[in-house]
Write a protein that binds this ligand. Structure first.
Ligand code: BTN
Length: 145
């Protein structure tokens, strides 16, 4: 009896330390970022390709904001360990701009999924002399809705 209890205790401790699979981060679903923008990512296919929609809370223009399509790709290859890197492009349907996001899907210390991203927002400018002011850079943190 004592032996059996000891065995179970050792098994429990071993599994607790190493045996249980770590929670994976999945891009699929609905997300909100620190600006209040909402994003939906449809299913990620076997090659890591995905599509979705983006409803930004802010705009650099005076145009009326509209939901815009996004297309992206997630790394499926070597050693992602359930926290994959990804990138996606939002082709704004209400402006002449394009934004590219790059990031990684993490599981934080509380077991919650979080997308840490950086982005480049390219605005259209009238001529090449204005190119220097055409690109904004920033970061966004997304949590699951
Ligand atoms: C535009 O203003 O021309 C299009 C909308 C840009 C919204 C930007 S993209 C980066 C940042 N993150 C967001 O969620 N919205 C802004």
């Amino acid at each position: 009896m004592v032996q059996a209890t000891s065995f179970l205790l050792v098994l429990f401790l071993t599994l607790g330390a190493h045996g249980l699979p770590a929670k994976k981060c999945s891009l699929t679903g609905r997300w909100v970022n620190d600006l209040g923008s909402n994003m939906t990512i449809e299913s990620v296919n076997a090659n890591g390709v995905f599509a979705g929609s983006y409803h930004t809370a802010v705009t650099a223009t005076s145009n009326e904001i509209k939901v815009s399509p996004l297309q992206g790709s997630q790394q499926k290859g070597y050693n992602q360990k359930g926290q994959p890197t990804f990138g996606f492009t939002v082709n704004w349907s209400f402006s002449d701009s394009i934004t590219v996001f790059t990031g990684q899907c993490f599981v934080d210390d509380d077991g919650k999924e979080v997308l840490k991203t950086m982005w480049l927002l390219r605005s259209r400018v009238e001529n090449i002399k204005s190119d220097w002011k055409a690109t904004r850079v920033g970061n966004n943190v997304f949590t699951r809705l």
